[in-house]
Ligand binder design. Structure first.
Ligand SMILES: [Zn+2]
Length: 598
């Protein structure tokens, strides 16, 4: 009798198969004398689209909201249906009695496996491999120490509850906003707070009023020192004061107050996690987070991960303090002892500006006299905060807890932030493809539409607090301390209220579409959007209008609408010269309006 081993990804399955002595490669699995190792490709099963749950959900209307299917339906993800079929076939083999879940040791990994097992109708024994590293010894030890599947029941329930709650919140809020404001809008527990981070920064930049300040630098026999006040700040608020200091320095003598030498060992950074790699690839190579993820996935399939020297980088961070004309000046230098791992990554200045030559500083001692060769003042402007790049946005998502005031809540997402390493790139891509955000060089800038969406979106969707509250309760479910039904009941109730709030909202959706060309039909704003096949469409932002074009020509959908309109209102064809699509649609809209009034 044989045991099926279900891994999360093909690359992990190959490692496990090798350790378990399985060598016969088949289509979708690797077989050995005792084990058959197969794999998922992340999720193979997902929650079904609304229309698959209920025919009434097929059309997007406010009347059909909220959508709260119970129980929720599952569907096989079309893209990976062949692999699911392979697993189903394995589950039906007569020589198989036992299954080991070997997906990632965490909430999402548990869900990947359990949904597959459920949908494949597996009724044999289930055990769980729970390992935190994939070395040969960890895998062998893990297989000697398999846990009963039932030990992870609570974790599975927490995972499933999270997935269902996301479906309910995302689908209902997206539809409610879209129908209420008659324009394509989308909202989500992770997507909306991420957009809010960008919008908030844009507001800060706009409301920023730059104030001038002055700095003073003096040249002490070739060593450039910056003036510091007692708090260590280099800024001087008034021009008069800066001028006074500069004048006093002319011909003055300086004296070394101290030379501090502090040896530093900088250990090599830990191996990359996905978010960190995406951050660095964006900074160094200008890659989008999504592109890095794609490249990495390819590397997984073909290559082994490379290593780099594991020796520390060693240097001395020298700080010279000089006194002149009653003021303190500082100069800094770095004496590199041993480059270590920085041979590979290169030495960045890490925010230390204008380092002096270490050789000119190293031999100085307290009391040494240094003549002031020259002094100059400089007017500087305090700068507004910078826009986010993909790299800094990824960090902000990881550290989303810092935007939360409640310390207990803050703690509940301090380790994870919003989104997961695997989904953050997709969230950023989604914001770009929905045209809530656009790229300006390497910066991400929210569009007028994105900013307006944040203004009208329900308060609790705009912050990371919702995620923090969920994480708290999901952790309790995973520990068996809270019943998933209670969480689910609360989410459903809250969704009903949110949909009602949006429905009743008196707000107007009026983004500042200043540069958008007008729609030839209704005069509304035309914007570039991404179609289903990722093609670029210019579409009217009014859904009830629905006009759209590709390369300046009406799309097939518009032509079909036109044909329908012509058929419906034959009278309008009497003068062919005026029967443009715009006229027909306008006539159609007027008729509908008349009918509704009468
Ligand atoms: Zn229009």
């Amino acid at each position: 009798m044989k045991t099926i081993v279900l891994a999360e990804k093909p690359s992990v399955a190959r490692e496990i198969a090798r350790v378990l002595g399985c060598h016969r490669r088949r289509n979708g699995y690797i077989e050995g004398p005792e084990y058959i190792v197969t794999w998922a490709m992340g999720h193979l099963i997902e929650l079904a689209e609304p229309a698959a749950c209920n025919q009434a959900y097929k059309r997007w209307t406010l009347g059909s909201l909220p959508m709260l299917p119970n129980p929720m339906k599952h569907q096989v993800i079309p893209r990976t249906k062949d692999q699911f079929a392979v697993i189903c076939e394995l589950c039906r083999r007569r020589d198989v009695t036992d299954l080991v879940i070997a997906t990632d040791a965490g909430r999402e990994g548990e869900l990947v496996a359990r949904w597959i097992i459920q949908e494949a109708d597996w009724d044999g024994t289930v055990r769980r491999l729970w390992i935190s590293s994939q070395t040969d010894s960890a895998i062998s030890q893990g297989f000697r120490d398999l846990k009963p599947g039932s030990a992870y029941e609570h974790l599975f329930r927490a995972a499933e509850t999270r997935a269902e709650a996301d479906w309910i919140v995302d689908m209902n809020d997206t539809r409610a906003l879209t129908c209420r404001y008659d324009t394509p809008l989308s909202a989500g527990r992770v997507q909306t707070p991420t957009l809010a981070i960008l919008v908030h920064r844009e507001d800060e930049i706009e409301s920023f009023s730059g104030a001038a300040c002055w700095t003073v630098k003096a040249d002490f026999s070739g060593i450039l020192g910056s003036l510091r006040d007692t708090s260590g700040s280099a800024r001087i608020a008034s021009e008069e004061q800066a001028q006074e200091i500069t004048d006093a320095l002319k011909g003055a003598a300086g004296r070394v107050l101290s030379l501090e030498r502090s040896p530093r060992d900088e250990p090599p950074p830990l191996a990359y996690d996905l978010t960190e790699l995406q951050r660095d690839a964006n900074i160094r190579l200008g890659f989008s987070a999504k592109h890095t993820l794609d490249v990495l996935q390819q590397l997984y399939e073909r290559h082994k991960i490379v290593t780099y020297p594991k020796t520390d980088c060693r240097y001395d961070s020298l700080k010279l303090t000089i006194e002149a004309a009653g003021h303190r000046f500082e100069a800094k230098a770095v004496e590199m002892k041993h480059l270590g791992w920085k041979q590979i990554t290169g030495v960045s200045d890490d925010g230390i500006e204008e380092l002096a030559d270490h050789a000119s500083i190293a031999d100085l001692k307290e009391g040494d006299a240094l003549a002031v060769a020259s002094a100059e003042m400089k007017r500087e402007l305090t700068r507004p905060p910078a826009r986010y790049t993909e790299a800094t946005l990824l960090s902000a998502m990881v550290h989303a807890g810092r935007f939360i005031e409640d310390t207990k809540l803050k703690r509940s997402i301090s380790g994870s932030g919003i989104g997961t390493p695997a989904t953050r790139a997709d969230i950023i891509e989604k914001l770009l493809s929905k045209y809530y955000v656009e790229r300006e060089d390497r910066y991400l800038k929210p569009t007028a539409k994105g900013r307006e969406l944040i203004r009208i979106a329900p308060e609790e969707l705009r912050s990371a607090e919702l995620t923090a509250r969920w994480e708290e309760r999901l952790a309790a479910i995973a520990d068996g301390l809270e019943r998933p039904e209670h969480f689910s009941r609360d989410i459903r109730k809250r969704t009903e209220e949110l949909v009602e709030d949006i429905r009743r909202s008196k707000r107007l959706f009026s983004p500042d579409y200043r540069d958008a060309p007008p729609c030839p039909v209704c005069g509304g704003a035309m914007m570039k959007v991404q179609g289903k096949e990722k093609q670029e469409i210019t579409a009217c932002q009014s859904l009830s209008c629905g006009y759209e074009e590709i390369d300046g020509k009406p799309t097939k959908k518009v032509k079909a609408m036109e044909r329908r309109a012509v058929k419906q209102f034959d009278a309008d064809r009497s003068d062919p010269g005026t029967t443009t699509f715009a006229d027909l649609i306008k006539a159609s809209q007027q008729r509908k309006e008349k009918k509704r009034r009468s």
